[in-house]
Design a protein around this ligand. Structure first.
Ligand code: AMP
Ligand code: ZN
Length: 115
C-alpha cells in the first residue's frame, strides 16, 4: 500500500514541512488556523499520525485527544458562548482533505441544521 502520509498536506504540516499557524499541540494532535476561515475563529485539529477519515478506524485514544484539544483551543480563543466541532467525513459531507480533522468554529451564531 502506498504511504499516503508522504504526499498528505496535513502530514506535511504535522512534520513542519509546510507552514501553518499552530495554536495548540500535544503528543497526539496539532491545532492550526484554517487558511480559509468560515467564522471569526476557525481552527483545524488533526492527529499527528495519518488516518484518512473518521471512517478509517482512528485510534480511539487519539480521537479523544483530538476532541479534547478542540475544547482547549475553544477555551484559549475565548469562545465562552459556545462553538461547533465538525468532522466532515466522505464526499456527501464535503471532506476535501483526506487526513482526519476536526473543525472548531466559533465567534458567531451557527445555523442549525448545517447546510
Ligand atoms: P474539509 O472540507 O472538511 O476537508 O476541510 C478542509 C479544510 O482545510 C478547509 O476548511 C480548508 O480551508 C483547509 N485547508 C486546506 N489547506 C490548508 C492549509 N495548508 N492550512 C490550513 N488550512 C487548510
Ligand atoms: Zn496525513
Amino acid at each position: 500500500m502506498a504511504d499516503e502520509s508522504a504526499s498528505c498536506i496535513f502530514c506535511k504540516i504535522a512534520r513542519g514541512e509546510i507552514p501553518a499557524t499552530i495554536v495548540a499541540e500535544n503528543e497526539a494532535a496539532i491545532a492550526f488556523r484554517d487558511l480559509d476561515a468560515k467564522a471569526p475563529v476557525h481552527v483545524l485539529v488533526i492527529p499527528r499520525k495519518h488516518v484518512a477519515s473518521l471512517d478509517h478506524y482512528p485510534d480511539p485514544v487519539v480521537l479523544g485527544e483530538v476532541l479534547l484539544l478542540a475544547a482547549e483551543v475553544a477555551r484559549k480563543d475565548g469562545l465562552k458562548d459556545g462553538y461547533r466541532v465538525v468532522i466532515n467525513t466522505g464526499p456527501d459531507a464535503g471532506q476535501t482533505i483526506h487526513h482526519l480533522h476536526a473543525h472548531v468554529l466559533g465567534g458567531r451564531n451557527m445555523a442549525w441544521p448545517p447546510g
